[in-house]
Design a protein around this ligand. Sequence first.
Ligand code: HQG
Length: 211
Amino acid sequence: MTPASHPARGTPSDPPPKPPPLGRRARSSDPVDEPRLGRPATSRLLSYVLRHHPERIGLALDPAGWIEVDALLAALAAHGRPLRRSELDRMVSTSDKQRFEVHGGRIRAAQGHSIPIDLGLPAMTPPPVLYHGTVDRFLGSIRSHGLEPGSRQFVHLSTDEETAAGVGARRGRPVVLRIDAAGLHATGAPFYRAANGVWLTKHVPPQWIRE
Ligand code: HQG
């Protein structure tokens, strides 16, 4: 095991993506900003707040990860990132990965949390095969220890190879691993399906992984 190679454990060489700084409006020079649309930066900021650091804008999520939309918008405005309700709604509905759920005046991230929230998803039988996208430099550790959630709550798995390749490509040339989900599930390991179709499980031991 080379813990330092696990990005979710905070290696200096592969830090997690950072949102634009709070406390001022995003500028077109911000590396993650998309000056004409503004949406990618806002989506990234919302992911950061709703998955990892709500306290950065003075919010506390409920135990299932929800926050009132009005409270979120007020907190964003108070931290220099005002967002109209219409913009939020548009971002939620057009999000390529359907990252956010809005229900009854509240919003939460569909998956990807590092903070201890309980999404309340029922355990489900997964498809027989699922896929995980990663990169070559993690394979040694994955072969030894399996897939681990790192700083997130769960290992993220996809139903199709193409999606997994896209996940891996965030870090370099993607490597897609084939997961014997049926075999792992048969051992009693719980699987969950997030609202956006991402499959979640706690740990995938090496014997259920095919390269
Ligand atoms: C790797 C994005 C070493 C794992 C994506 C991955 C996804 C190990 C990285 C979602 C390991 C964790 C999640 C082990 C796993 N040793 N490395 N034992 N076990 N790894 O970001 O799956 O755009 O926490 O292969 O699309 O990459 O943000 O997980 O490379 O759906 O909505 O450790 O995030 O969605 O990285 O991505 P992450 P992930 P969003």
